[in-house]
Write a protein that binds this ligand. Structure first.
Ligand SMILES: *Cc1c(COP(=O)(O)O)cnc(C)c1O
Length: 452
């Protein structure tokens, strides 16, 4: 049966973000069970879930309270629609989300993935300008950042900025004004933080100054550009961005799909700089990593622009069939309850400190160019030459080889190019963190220095 599953996997599944020609030659890992931060495959091998099942898992797998929330809900109802009627968990969750998210976000629009949460944000911001009393119908464009990632649907890709993923789709996309993003290790302005004057802010302001009359919104992954390679923004950047958006009357969309729910060491990344966006997209960790659910939150002011008599056609004509799914919402409520009950954010502090200490040792490896950490989000950038920061050639597949090596030693991680990403579930113990870093260290060493 095991061998059949492996064969059928290769025969029938087209895996996302995967070169299937390469994959078809590999030994396939098929996960069958999980417990805490450990994944177990059909061959009985155990692995640390080093990227929390693609940045989603929070309290570990098979967490009792989350399992029970799902079981309890399924005894009531699995799904009913949110189009024109409502359901119990969707209501309770919306209230909780409004209570815990930054000030001013008052309304919750549900969907089922990070990309759809972003599409909704985009359409909301667009339609707002057409309908608001003080809106400006000429404001139809968006400003986005280089290296941004907001999901893979066409609107989300339009505001994305990772050429490797996005350039082929260009003819399909709407045009945005793209600003330079902070990437201190490879600063576009050849400056060094903190002696720089945050030229990245100045260049964003230039774009805003030039185009603000046509621009409805600016979209950003606050604090960390995740898929770009865990690129951490310098302190103060986000606050300046908020000020600029206000100054130029541009809505601020914060895509907290990756950074939300504790990943940065606070519940939401925006809290680090004490700011509130006009629209916020949430996904990934919202259900503790259990179910596909996402939410777009916005202000009373934006919401009001959509109110009117039916024939005025101000309605937000958007929805997904499984919007506000009761099973997903019930597990999301249990997730938030666990954050409170187990004081998860407080328990993170010593873990983040421990991780920071472990990461320092990676500087001993001569092909480690940069180590970036923001809370539980880590990116280790591997380079061919540390002095010149010259990357490895693409065909070397260095990052990929490192994660295959790590897999042999009981660790599942996934690279972003030659950036090795670590983002374990928040429930990981100090010892497991040590193990995670040890395996990563030796895998990098073996692949880049050819020794153990
Ligand atoms: C993962 C991610 C998305 C897309 O979420 P999906 O659920 O995969 O559609 C959007 N924005 C950011 C910042 C992400 O990291």
């Amino acid at each position: 049966m095991k061998e059949m599953l492996k064969e059928w996997d290769k025969e029938y599944i087209w895996h996302p973000f995967t070169q299937m020609k390469e994959y078809s030659k590999e030994d396939v890992v098929i996960i069958e069970e999980g417990k805490g931060v450990i994944l177990k495959d059909i061959d009985g091998n155990e692995y640390i879930d080093g990227v929390s099942s693609l940045w989603t898992n929070v309290h570990g797998h098979r967490k009792k309270e989350l399992d029970e929330a799902l079981k309890n809900q399924i005894d009531k109802i699995a799904h009913s629609t949110l189009l024109g009627i409502s359901n119990v968990p969707a209501v309770s969750l919306a209230k909780r989300l409004v209570e815990i998210t930054p000030y001013g976000l008052e309304k919750v629009f549900y969907s089922d993935s990070g990309a759809t949460a972003v599409e909704i944000a985009i359409k909301m911001a667009f339609q707002y300008q057409k309908q608001a009393k003080d809106g400006d119908p000429k404001k139809e464009k968006f400003i986005s950042l280089k290296n941004a990632y907001h999901g893979d649907t066409i609107g989300a890709v339009s505001v994305g900025g990772i050429d490797l993923f996005h350039s082929i789709y260009k003819p399909l996309l709407f045009k945005t004004y793209q600003a330079e993003a902070p990437y201190c290790y490879r600063c576009a302005f050849k400056k060094e933080y903190p002696s720089c004057n945050m030229e990245c802010v100045a260049s964003l302001e230039e774009v805003m100054h030039k185009y603000h009359q046509q621009v409805t919104a600016f979209i950003i992954e606050p604090l960390v550009q995740g898929a770009a390679g865990i690129i951490v923004q310098p302190p103060g950047y986000l606050k300046r961005v908020r000020e600029l958006c206000t100054k130029y009357n541009i809505l601020m969309i914060a895509d907290e799909v990756a950074v939300g729910f504790g990943k940065t060491g606070k519940m939401f990344a925006c809290e680090h700089e004490d700011i509130s966006p006009d629209i916020m997209a949430l996904g990934k960790g919202i259900t503790g990593g259990y179910m596909p659910l996402a939410a777009t939150l916005t202000t009373e002011k934006i919401y009001e622009a959509f109110l009117g008599e039916y024939h005025e056609l101000r309605t937000f004509y958007h929805g997904h069939t499984y919007t506000g799914n009761p099973l997903a919402c019930s597990v999301a409520i249990a997730n938030l309850e666990l954050f409170e009950k187990e004081k998860v954010i407080d328990t993170l502090k010593p873990k983040i400190k421990h991780l920071e200490g472990l990461l320092k040792e990676f500087w001993e490896l001569k092909h480690v160019g940069d180590i970036r950490q923001c809370g539980f989000m880590v990116g280790i950038e591997l380079v061919k030459d540390r002095e010149t920061k010259e990357p490895y050639p693409l065909e070397k597949r260095i990052g990929y080889k490192v994660i295959l090596e790590a897999r042999k030693h009981g660790l599942i991680i996934r690279p972003l190019g030659d950036v090795i990403v670590l983002m374990p579930p928040l429930s990981i113990t100090l010892d497991q963190l040590t193990r995670l870093c040890e395996v990563t260290y030796f895998s990098i060493k073996k692949i880049t220095q050819g020794e153990n």
